[in-house]
Design a binder for this molecule. Sequence first.
Ligand code: HAS
Length: 562
Amino acid sequence: MALAKAETSSTQEIGAYPIHDKSKKLYMSFMYVTFISLLIGGLMGLLQTFVRSGKLSLPWGIGYYQILTVHGVILALVMTTFFIIGFQFSLMEKSVGMSDKQRKWGWVSFWVMLIGTIITATTILLGKASVLYTFYAPLKGHPAFYIGLALVIIGSWIAAFVNWHQIAVWKKKHPGEKTPLPAFMVAINMIMWFIASLGVAVAVLVQFIPWSLGYASTINVLLSRTLFWYFGHPLVYFWLLPAYMTWYVIIPKIIGGKIFSDALARMSFVLLLFFSIPVGFHHQLTEPGIHPTWKFIQVALTMMVVIPTLMTAFSMFATFEITGRKKGGKGVFGWMKKLPWGDVRFLAPFLGMVGFIPGGAGGIINASHQLNMVVHNTIWVTGHFHLTVATVVLLTFFGVTYWLVPHLKGRKLTPQLNKLGIIQSIIWSVGMLIMSTSMHIQGLKGGPRRSEFSEYGGTAQAQEWIGYQVAQAVGGTILFVAILLMLYIFVKMAFFAPKGETEYPIAQEEPDAEPTPAWFENWKMWVGITVALILFAYSIPVFDMIQYSPPGSPPFSWPIGN
Ligand code: HAS
């Protein structure tokens, strides 16, 4: 048995399996939904910045919260989840293979998620669920909104089971060998996602659906929000971990290097699994009804998340420097010149990494209780997540798209498309810099998030915000241009680029790398520690919320009477 040995190794190259033609269709289906979502969600974002700056009134009775809900749900929940599941499936097939039966279940997962998405999106577009992507009670949406979301989650669980099954089958054939690094990372991400989404599934099935159908007259608001953030924080790491997979495993190959350390990469994923879930209270620091001790404990655990993140930053710098020096880079920074700046597969994720420096610093500010009192519910927070998810994560996903789509479609990324990709990445970064910086500053000046344009009766403070809101519309417009360019490149790569072979870039370990300790394969231990931390951080406060809950709330609908 693997654990009897202190170290594990692997007999085959990482990513040695080819992707079957039948699988290519499946993974491309996930990509089509991703990029259609990007168009719809991005258009809603553009409209929002215009409405917020006072330059546009929405026609035909369309509500601001209606488009804000479409924007949040379609981009934060749908686009990300479809890209991640599709990309992870491809990583899994490359590293451990995929059987016909597993592929069939992959399709089931796709269709269940798609049906759920259509139900939810239609409900929002009809104006029946303008509840934003956090669907905070007591705002009530149409039951179909929650049912659709539940289906998206169930579809993603099916994908998780397929992924774990893929590893189990591979391990049977390779007894005593370590799980290939990409498969290990996917398994961790899906364990985190599964454990976390149980929270939102309970909230939706036990609280929201009966309440929205009228079977329950009131809802325990505090409990529903807690269950949401029990899921909501790991959700952001569910987005981030596939970006990390790319940084650890794909980028070294693109720049002509090797994986810096297999064990370090595994350790950082395991730590992210531990510390992503028992931290939801840092989104609820202003929430009455949660004892400060529990907020303190969860904030302390939040700060622990920084450790694997900084391990990742260290690992990236090491990969860049070692590769640059091997290519002849001299002096303190001479190795930087040797990196492939003209290759969009590298540049786009690199710009994402740079975005994580201010984005991560902002996160640490948010998580500090006293500072959170200044920024909570201001548009600073919107600036924070546009830097993290819409820059770090999305630019990395775009970087993946530039080779994944041509690989799946049997086409080439031409030098012209590569150049357009570089222009796209730069336009995106400039647009985001303008939009996100003005959001951060306006937030510090007290500007609220999630609000339509208002002069607040002509108060001087609100007048100060208007210039920043206009800057956000300028940034938003630049970003929308970048979205259109990305869609153009996507369509070109999928349908019109010249036929040919495109590499699926997966890096290998250094030939003389230290073997990875065998205890990394101890899944029971990782899941056990994760569950123990969750029970520690949540049991007593959740028990209190149920035992001493204030009177529940009847539903409120927006627009009123809906
Ligand atoms: Fe956050 C709110 C705290 C990371 C997303 N966050 C949000 C919301 C979203 C979100 C969507 O504590 C809004 C939710 C809502 O609607 O209400 N966040 C954190 C902390 C981190 C963090 C501590 N967030 C993320 C990531 C996200 C994300 C990642 C998406 C992917 N966040 C909060 C808090 C709130 C919050 C509070 C609630 C605020 C409120 O009051 O409502 C940490 O994980 C950050 C750690 C990161 C670092 C940076 C490391 C840098 C790296 C780059 C290396 C660069 C290289 C290249 C190698 C410490 C890894 C450099 C090269 C050169 C040449 C320079």
